[in-house]
Write a protein that binds this ligand. Structure first.
Ligand SMILES: Nc1ncnc2c1ncn2[C@@H]1O[C@H](COP(=O)(O)OP(=O)(O)O)[C@@H](O)[C@H]1O
Ligand SMILES: [Mg+2]
Length: 300
């Protein structure tokens, strides 16, 4: 029977990083059958013909946001559960949707304004005030995240973005600059459980704390405030495997600035004794993922 040949899990990837190898290793340790699915070689029909032989659940690990999101939508349409769901991926991959949802659900988050043309961008910047931060609404690894400390820089950035042919560049996402220490906090939430928390310190060469830019991780204690904020975020976004990023205000209040839907956890692994990939695998194969997913409704 075709059903018997179905693998338990498919890991959907477009680049095999340390994380994907570790997830595969943890599946093997548990004796679970799995397929490594190269997203770049997928040619999928949109009718039902082929899907009964595909894995029962798909763990989405694509680096490319649009590739991962759209593939998740196709798998879901054919009744294959994808973790994270396309709904969660959609919100996490778009900083505007994330901030909107966090604000609506009462999760502390930096003051943010959005404007939709070069002409109105300065108004948004003035409303937020200097210094502020300009970001693309879709992006990662700190790319094009720019601190704006004065009007001249603001004008130059608006002009630069206006010249680009990409229409996303004229969606202006402007955020108050948090006067944080040279670090932020990355928390990995698996379902409604925090499995790791680390401080990410900026490298001496960068204002940004991204590990991709040379930042390094150190263990962070999960205080009741941190736990409450992260779990509130997970409930707001929709349960799944989330990288919740927070900054500390000078008052030490925590604010959530980003939620990653395809989280890198190599840095965070150094802060824990157990395997984060193991916790993720246990969640994916359990029924918790489907039950929690159904309970969540992402409404903006
Ligand atoms: N509002 C802000 N105030 C201070 N620092 C910020 C702010 N927003 C972002 N940063 C810094 O820039 C880094 C990259 O921004 P982020 O919003 O996380 O985008 P990306 O998705 O590219 O990682 C953050 O990790 C943080 O160190
Ligand atoms: Mg980030």
């Amino acid at each position: 029977m075709a059903e018997e040949k179905r693998k338990a899990i498919g890991i959907l990837f477009d680049r095999v990083r340390w994380e994907e190898k570790e997830l595969g290793r943890q599946l093997e340790i548990r004796g679970l059958s799995y397929d490594m699915i190269d997203a770049k070689s997928q040619v999928l029909p949109l009718d039902d013909s082929e899907f009964s032989s595909r894995p029962m659940k798909v763990l989405g690990r694509c680096v490319s946001f649009y590739r991962g999101l759209n593939l998740a939508s196709v798998y879901e349409a054919h009744g294959i559960e994808t973790i994270n769901s396309s709904k969660v991926l959609d919100v996490c991959g778009n900083k505007l949707l994330t901030s909107q949802l966090l604000a609506k659900k009462g999760v502390p988050t930096p003051k943010t304004m959005v404007a939709f043309s070069a002409d109105s961008a300065m108004e948004a910047i003035e409303e937020v005030g200097f210094p502020c931060v300009m970001k693309p609404i879709v992006g990662s690894w700190g790319r094009q995240v720019v601190p704006i400390r004065d009007r001249e820089t603001a004008e130059a950035m608006i002009e630069m973005r206006e010249q680009q042919s990409d229409s996303m560049q004229t969606i202006f996402y402007i955020q108050e600059m948090i006067q944080r220490p040279p670090r932020d906090i990355r928390c990995i939430a698996v379902g409604e459980e925090i499995v790791a928390a680390v401080y990410r310190y900026a490298s001496p060469e960068s204002w940004k704390t991204n590990v991709a830019l040379g930042g390094h991780s150190e263990p962070c204690k999960v205080t009741p405030e941190l736990e409450e904020t992260v779990l509130k975020t997970a409930r707001a976004i929709g349960a799944g495997i989330l990288g919740v990023d927070l900054m500390e205000r000078p008052s030490s209040e925590l604010v959530v600035h980003e939620v990653n839907g395809t989280v890198e956890f190599r840095g965070a692994q150094s802060a824990t004794d157990y395997s984060i990939a193991g916790r993720i695998v246990d969640y994916v194969v359990s029924d918790r993922s489907s039950v929690e997913e159904r309970r969540q409704v992402v409404d903006i």
